[in-house]
Design a protein. Structure first.
Lengths: 414, 290
């Protein structure tokens, strides 16, 4: 009885609401609040309004999304989920398992998402075969950035193997230049680690270790070699690195204090904002080794009641993967479109390289999720691995000990 | 009726806050205890799985570091802040000029939040910008003070900032204690020709025992709940070298979606607090009943 009264009143409320404002509605929870990012979201907002929708913005800044996730948890527990939420990677599946995600397969099929998205990225957007999220962009993580002038002055080419990187770095050390600009924060340590791991383990080994979490691969001699290389990288970093923010490390490369940085393509935004020209002032190249590590931002669609909200959800999903938004957004953000059929003329040379390599690596099966940026596994596991990586990088722990710890930590986090 | 009302009013006034504390303190302690026995990940779940979260917790090297840091930080922070506070209080107690100004200066750090303290000391102790760079620019090229970036010493850097913040407050406590000692006894001792340091060690300090206990309790709970200081000063780093149980719990609950693990670490933290506070309460309550 109580329930039917409740349904009746809510139906009445909905009827009243739809009389006031018909048309699609969407409430969007995201943490794109800084300059360039906020501009990128505004693009989506305008497009949504232009199509007759009512957009309710719910930006939650802070903690690299931690604060937004806390807000989301509270909203979901109180049974009032937002229409769409900025979520990525396995977190989408994690929320799906809580039974709160919507099915947007009808839009995805009508729009032919399967044909335009690389298969491994599309897999993240599906929950047990149904589409439940829409991808926004592809950030490449395994980039090597360099100061063109320093490399030229020291007669160094962009390295194609880690051996070459080490030789170049030793030469730079001797010349009194900091070889590697790095910030000692756990996620940055993890970023360097996964790029080294992709180079030394190869795409297949990386997949086994960080997607399947295969204990044999995690405890292998190859993994020992990865930690050995990390120890060498530690020697190429200046003494003052702990706690440094990534953009400060980028400006070290810009100012000629350091030669290289290993960082995702958001670093490009820093170079461009400082008026540097790719290919002339700074160089971008894929880090030594085959493969492509992606970090894909996406919006997960939550189960909502009411025709307006569902219509809003479908419109939002359609616009997000639409060609126009994919292009404008990614020009603002420094990443590349997730769909492969967007015209790339307006993008810079680094983005061209990224897009070309994404297509080839997708064919070769070496298009892999970034573990350091929460694409390859769940928070508890990636956190456990990062703990080991950062403990090794910031101490004199031996590589063999680090590998033992790695295996134990992953087992303990499952 | 009037008499009845008079008897009941205190209970009625206290009842709302009593109920609020019952729910929001003890109720949620119970809820956390329950969650710590489940396999809750992103959202709380209520199926019990025994002590699995505690086994995971004690198998995690990062938790070991956090607990070691808590005891190291706690012991040094409490010890140094009390010693320094006492020394400052005794020096200020010598009837010096401008005591009021000095007292305010020493007490002032307490008015800052830990975040401000942490951020300021982060730059002061940064080797490239702070003390080390300054002394080197004076010509002492070999001078080195890089604790904040050295994984083995970073926790001591946290102690320095914490002591700076708290010792003025401890000084104020002790100064009040020193002033409350009966001056007749001190005068009598002086007439008997007892040296100054003996007056302190044999008469004044023993009579200040309750103040020591209060200072200890205040500092101990500051140490256990330290979170903002570490977050602002080192961010738990280098690596996780300066992690404390509170930062560990935060990471598990809010960054990693591992609520069960966070709940179990919260329960262990509460155990540590109880181990310190319960004996204190016991001694306090017993003393009053005698």
């Amino acid at each position: 009885m109580k329930r039917s009264v409740f349904t009746a009143t809510s139906a009445l409320a909905l009827a009243l609401a739809s009389m006031v404002q018909a048309g699609p509605e969407a409430e969007v929870l995201h943490w794109w609040t800084s300059g360039g990012e906020a501009k990128s979201v505004a693009v989506l907002q305008q497009e949504f309004s232009a199509n007759g929708g009512t957009w309710t913005d719910m930006p939650v800044a802070g903690g690299g999304g931690d604060a937004a996730m806390t807000a989301l948890r509270a909203r979901v527990l109180s049974g009032n989920a937002p229409t769409a939420v900025q979520l990525k990677g396995p977190a989408i599946q994690e929320w799906y398992e809580e039974g709160v995600l919507a099915n947007i397969s009808s839009v995805a099929e009508a729009e032919g998402w399967d044909k335009v998205l690389p298969a491994s990225i599309a897999a993240h957007m599906k929950c047990e075969g149904q589409w439940c999220a829409a991808p926004v962009n592809v950030h490449r993580v395994d980039w090597l950035w360099a100061n063109a002038e320093i490399l030229k002055a020291n007669g160094i080419a962009m390295p194609n193997s880690w051996e070459e990187f080490n030789t170049a770095a030793d030469k730079l050390m001797a010349a009194g230049v900091i070889p590697l600009a790095h910030g000692g924060q756990a996620w940055q340590d993890a970023t360097v680690f996964e790029v080294v791991a992709l180079g030394l383990l190869g795409p297949e080994g990386f997949d086994k270790a960080f997607v399947d979490l295969d204990p044999e691969m995690l405890g292998s001699d190859q993994m020992v070699a990865v930690f050995d290389q990390m120890r060498r990288m530690r020697g190429y970093v200046d003494a003052n690195f702990p706690g440094r923010d990534w953009n400060l490390a980028t400006s070290m490369v810009m100012n000629g204090e350091a030669a290289f940085q290993i960082m995702g393509d958001w670093a490009k935004g820093e170079f461009l904002a400082a008026g540097k020209v790719p290919g002339e002032d700074f160089l971008c190249a894929s880090a030594p080794g085959a493969g492509f590590l992606y970090n894909v931002d996406s919006f997960a669609m939550f189960d909502v009641d009411g025709d307006e909200k569902q219509a809003g959800q479908e419109l939002l999903a359609k616009l997000i993967v639409g060609q126009n938004f994919q292009k404008v957004f990614n020009l603002n953000k420094g990443s590349i479109p997730a769909r492969v059929d967007v015209a790339m003329e307006d993008f810079d040379s680094c983005a061209h390289l990224s897009a070309a390599e994404m297509t080839t690596s997708s064919k070769e099966g070496s298009l892999l999720p970034s573990y350091a940026h929460g694409m390859a596994m769940r928070g508890a596991q990636s956190g456990a691995i990062t703990d080991v990586v950062t403990a090794h990088f910031n101490s004199d722990m031996s590589s063999a000990d680090a590998v033992d710890m790695l295996v134990a930590a992953v087992a303990n986090s499952l | 009726m009037h008499a009845w009302l008079e008897r009941q009013i205190p209970k009625m006034v206290l009842a709302p806050s009593f109920v609020a504390i019952l729910i929001f303190v003890y109720g949620f302690i119970g809820w956390t205890a329950w969650i710590s026995l489940t396999r809750s990940k992103l959202l709380p779940k209520y199926d019990l799985y025994g002590l699995i979260q505690y086994r995971r917790l004690f198998a995690a090297p990062r938790w070991d570091t956090a607990m070691d840091n808590l005891f190291l930080f706690g012991a040094l922070f409490i010890g140094i802040a009390m010693a320094l506070g006492l020394l400052l209080a005794i020096l200020l107690d010598q009837r010096i000029r401008a005591e009021g100004v000095l007292r305010t200066i020493y007490l002032y750090p307490m008015a800052l939040s830990m975040i401000v303290t942490g951020t300021a000391w982060k730059w002061i102790m940064n080797p490239g910008l702070g003390i080390e760079a300054m002394v080197r620019s004076w010509g002492f090229e070999s001078f080195s003070f890089n604790w904040v970036i050295d994984p083995d010493r970073a926790i001591y850097a946290v102690v320095i900032a914490g002591v700076w913040q708290a010792s003025g407050f401890v000084m104020a406590l002790f100064l009040a204690g020193l002033r409350s000692v009966d001056s007749e006894i001190i005068k009598a001792a002086q007439i008997d020709g007892i040296p100054g340091w003996r007056i302190y060690t044999a008469i004044i300090l023993p009579s200040m025992a309750p103040i020591f206990l209060s200072a200890f309790i205040v500092l101990a709970h500051l140490a256990i709940k330290s979170f903002d200081l570490v977050v602002a000063l080192t961010g738990g780093g280098p690596g996780y070298a300066t992690d404390l149980p509170a930062t560990y719990m935060y990471a598990m609950a809010f960054s990693r979606g591992d609520i069960g693990q966070a709940a179990s670490s919260a329960m262990v933290m509460m155990g540590v607090v109880f181990a310190i506070v319960v004996p204190y309460l016991y001694s306090e309550l017993r003393a009053k009943h005698v």
